[in-house]
Design a protein around this ligand. Structure first.
Ligand code: FA5
Length: 340
């Protein structure tokens, strides 16, 4: 039996050296290890052997040897196939990097940066704030108690734990007042959410950029000065705006600052809901209740706040007719901003 097994090992090794595909290896496995293979045949003969134990060990050594070699060869063939694929793949060429298609900044990013630059030059800091906030920050700290009718204008998406997606950047006012105290000058852009139907000038997810200035002797004329400066710097041209009274529980007095629609030139179109004007930047003098809630001494300090509709500003600045294009992910629309 020993001689026979040595012969089989030798013939196996010779056949293995020639097996250069997974199919050839499988055929070899069946020939030696299959149901009707050499190992099975030797097992049949085991009962005739004088020393069954020694013969059994020899057969087993052939079986283990064949199994191990086939496994090794299978792995080698697989590795060789991967290496061949890698070799034939298109090579990465660092010198081609700039010739290939490049992305571009989103128009909201471009508009945010531009407004930020204007306010930085006027001594404002930029703050970041959460998108998920609690009821206190979004409403109560802003003089909007539970069941106040002003909440109807700002329905949003609620989490199971009672938190909500912020409806306006004003939700950061209380946090920033407590963080810095007075005097302060800060702007804070951010994504806002509202549960409302969408149209050419309303989205359920949009950006605002809030600003706050608190100091001694701040008045409406300071507010108007900063609003005018921001708009002339951002548009680099004269834009027609109008200021009218507006109600927000967190300012007193409050104003609506509208921009004449840049899409239709004030004639009326879907982008401005046919009114010729677009609500852009409500603002006002911060209500004393809100200042006190933020820990500010109202005997000494007063301040203004504004909530710029950043996505609408981008619409007007870049001539985008439909606000929904900004969130569409439509590269045909968005790639036009590459050159800006
Ligand atoms: C507010 O959100 C107030 N927090 C703004 C404010 C801040 C007032 C500080 C006073 C002082 P309003 O809901 O009007 O107000 O939204 C402000 C601006 O955000 C709007 O003028 C508009 O430009 C933009 N805006 C509001 N809702 C949407 C929407 N669904 N889609 C796109 N832009 C919107």
């Amino acid at each position: 039996m020993q001689v026979r097994i040595e012969e089989l090992k030798k013939s196996f090794a010779e056949a293995l050296a020639l097996a250069n595909s997974q199919e050839a290896l499988e055929a070899l496995r069946i020939e030696y290890l299959g149901k009707k293979g050499y190992v099975a045949e030797l097992m049949q003969q085991l009962r005739f052997a004088e020393d069954k134990k020694a013969a059994g060990q020899l057969i087993n050594s052939l079986k283990t040897y064949a199994e191990g070699e086939i496994e090794k060869a299978t792995e080698q063939l697989r590795a060789a196939a991967i290496a061949a694929k890698v070799r034939s793949a298109k090579k990465y060429n660092p010198t081609l990097r700039f010739a290939e298609e490049q992305g571009s900044y989103h128009p909201i990013t471009l508009a945010t940066r531009e407004v930020e630059e204007v306010f930085i030059s006027m001594g404002f800091t930029i703050e970041n704030y959460d998108e998920i906030v609690d009821d206190y920050k979004c409403f109560e700290a802003l003089n909007i108690p539970k069941h106040h009718p002003a909440r109807d204008m700002q329905d949003t998406y609620y989490l199971d734990n009672g938190q909500l997606l912020k409806t306006h950047t004003s939700a950061a006012q209380n946090y920033i007042m407590k963080k810095y105290g007075a005097p302060l000058r800060a702007i804070f852009p951010g994504r806002c959410f509202r549960n409302e139907s969408t149209d050419a000038c309303h989205e359920n997810t949009f950006f605002q950029l809030e600003g706050m200035m608190i100091d001694e002797n701040i008045s409406i004329s300071n507010l108007i000065y900063f609003m005018k400066t921001m708009l002339s710097e951002v548009f680099h041209r004269d834009v027609k705006v109008r200021l009218r009274p507006g109600f927000f529980p967190f300012v007193e007095p409050g104003f609506e600052l509208d921009i004449s629609c840049e899409i239709c030139g004030g004639e009326g179109c879907p982008s401005c809901k046919n009114s010729g004007w677009l609500e852009l930047c409500p603002c006002g003098m911060i209500h004393p209740n809100v200042l006190r809630e933020g820990g500010i001494d109202t005997e000494k300090y007063s301040g203004f706040a504004f909530g710029l509709g950043l996505t609408r500003l981008a619409m007007m600045k870049y001539g985008v007719k439909d606000i929904r294009d900004f969130n569409s992910g439509n590269l045909k629309a968005l790639s036009q901003f590459k050159s800006i």
